[in-house]
Design a protein around this ligand. Structure first.
Ligand code: CA2
Length: 145
C-alpha cells in the first residue's frame, strides 16, 4: 500500500445528513473516486473509517508495517481532541496530509484548533470532498519528487 486514507468519527454518514455543511456525496463515493484517481497516478490506496480513537491509532501503526508511504487523514472531531492520534503519527514518522471538508476556521471556536496540523505535511480545509482528491494529487507529487 502506498497511501492510506483515514476517516474518523461520523464520516461514515457523509452524504446522508447535513448536506449544507458536508455535501451529498457518500464516503463510499469518495473512496471509489480516490481509488480510481490513485490507480491513474500509479499508486495503491487503501481506505479506513472508524468511529473509535484506538482503532485509528492501531490502523496508523499497522499501515507502517504494511509499507505505507503517506496518509491522507480526516480525523473528524478527534482532530480537536486527540493527543493519541497525534502521537501515533509522530511515532511512525510517515508524512500525512490533513483534510477537512468544511472550513473549520469559519465554524465554532473549538474547531479552530487541530492537534494534527502542527505535524502535518499539508492541510486542506473547506474544499468539500474535492479536498481528498487535491490531497492525493499532492501526495503523488511529493512521492515522485
Ligand atoms: O470538516 C470536516 O471534515 C470535519 O473534520 C468533520 C467533522 C468535524 O467534527 C470537524 O470539526 C470538521 C465531523 C464529521 C461529521 O460528519 C457528518 C457527516 C454527515 C452528517 C453528519 C456528520
Amino acid at each position: 500500500m502506498d497511501v492510506l486514507l483515514i476517516n474518523g468519527p461520523n464520516l461514515g454518514a457523509l452524504g446522508t445528513r447535513k448536506p449544507e455543511i458536508y455535501g451529498n456525496v457518500t464516503l463510499a463515493d469518495v473512496e471509489a473516486t480516490l481509488g480510481d484517481e490513485a490507480r491513474a497516478l500509479g499508486l495503491t490506496l487503501e481506505c479506513f473509517q472508524s468511529n473509535h480513537e484506538g482503532a485509528i491509532v492501531d490502523r496508523i501503526h499497522e499501515a507502517k508495517r504494511e509499507g505505507c508511504r503517506y496518509y491522507i487523514v480526516n480525523a473528524g472531531a478527534y482532530t480537536h481532541t486527540s493527543v493519541a492520534i497525534r502521537d501515533a503519527f509522530e511515532s511512525v514518522e510517515i508524512p500525512f496530509v490533513e483534510v477537512h471538508i468544511s472550513n473549520v476556521h469559519a465554524r465554532e471556536e473549538f474547531r479552530h484548533h487541530s492537534y494534527l496540523s502542527p505535524i502535518a505535511a499539508a492541510v486542506l480545509v473547506g474544499c468539500g470532498v474535492k479536498g481528498y482528491s487535491l490531497a492525493l494529487e499532492l501526495v503523488a507529487h511529493r512521492l515522485s519528487a
